[in-house]
Design a protein around this ligand. Sequence first.
Ligand code: TRP
Length: 450
Amino acid sequence: MDKRGTFGSRLAIVLATAGSAVGLGNIWRFPFMTGQNGGAAFILIYFACVLLLGIPGMVNEFIVGRHAQTNAARAYGSIGGKRWRAIGYLGILTSTIILGFYAVVAGWCLQYLYASIAGQLDGDPAYVVTYFKTFSSDALKPCLWGVGFVLITHLVVAQGVEKGIERASKLLMPLLLMLLLILVVASCLLPNALAGIEFLLKPDFSKVSSGVFLEALGQAFFSLSLGTACLCTYASYFKRDTNLLRSATQIALLDSAIAILAGLMIFPAAFSVGVQPDSGPSLIFITLPNVFREAFGAMPVVGYVISILFYALLVFAALTSTISMHEIGTAFFHEELHLPRRKAAWILTVVCSLIAIFCSLSVGAYSNLQLFGMSLLDFCDFLTAQLMLPAGAFLTSILMGWFANRQLVQGEFTNGGTLRATFFKAWFFSVRYIVPLCIALIFLHQFGLL
Ligand code: TRP
């Protein structure tokens, strides 16, 4: 078997893992979830989930992956014994389903990139809504874009970790951040933008329904790529001297900052042009074209260029995330079935493409493709973000807090004693008690048992 790659520099590690975290979860899912759950109050609960449960959970996965330096299933097995491999299998399944429906939305972004180059998005708010509806209900186009996105992911993953992921992240992530900042300013300067800012910053707890906690938890885990052994797989490429807690904290803060910026870009504009904040998955697609047109009305060329740049960067952010989801299964099949990397990658690509096609049809041409009253796409999103991710993180916490060898865990946390152990106790306490308890309580609450 060929030698496992490792990420080159310390910066590259944080960037690649941040690349996995930052994606449509921040720019597409966070705004629409916030819009559907009443704004600022949801964001507060989301933050609490990131800090209290997300960061400790990330360190969990980092420890498992870096200690074992192997694929997800084997890694969990090597920490806890054979039975615990189940967490790895669950993770591989979860990330495969996520990749399937995520590719559909990433495909929409590809279409919007194409449409903005072709100048098709220029029109009043009603036109923009119709444009999205017409496109997404087409039987063929969205499927082709979605499968195309899986194929692009395939190409990068088949190349291997070092060459594929690292190089691009260094340049494009900072560029995305800069462009977001420009668009936030542009959006906040639109007429009546204040209502949107207020919606984001003024909590209204009367809007907090019982489902909000699980939605916020699911959003936090989804956005941090937590609960599928994705971080574990990436950490298997980390170096021995990577400070795990510091990296987790940096990535979580960057990830949340980008989500908030995305909110500040979307809501002022949505309120300004009269798009409903709770429009659901279509929210950014029916809001953003308005920003590009209205905010840069005096300089249409600037609006044109910025919209192309934005969709290009959004596609890139989605790609660094899909790569990480694809890599989990590819590393597993490559190492466990002793298949060449390229062949292993094809297994994932075919399965995910099929899921993408059915999900895409379920929100367009075949809207009777439903499960439990949701379109197949919404169902996959619900199943993974709100059930499978929390379950994965819960089980990992139980393993690390109660069953793993404590010396081994402490050794990984402190890099063999070279880092001070100041935060070890607090982290360990939270992994042993707080994380499993909170997740269990939120579950029980959601299903009416509490
Ligand atoms: N975190 C990514 C985003 O916000 C999505 C993602 C990548 C993911 N890898 C994951 C979500 C693994 C869950 C599990 O877009």
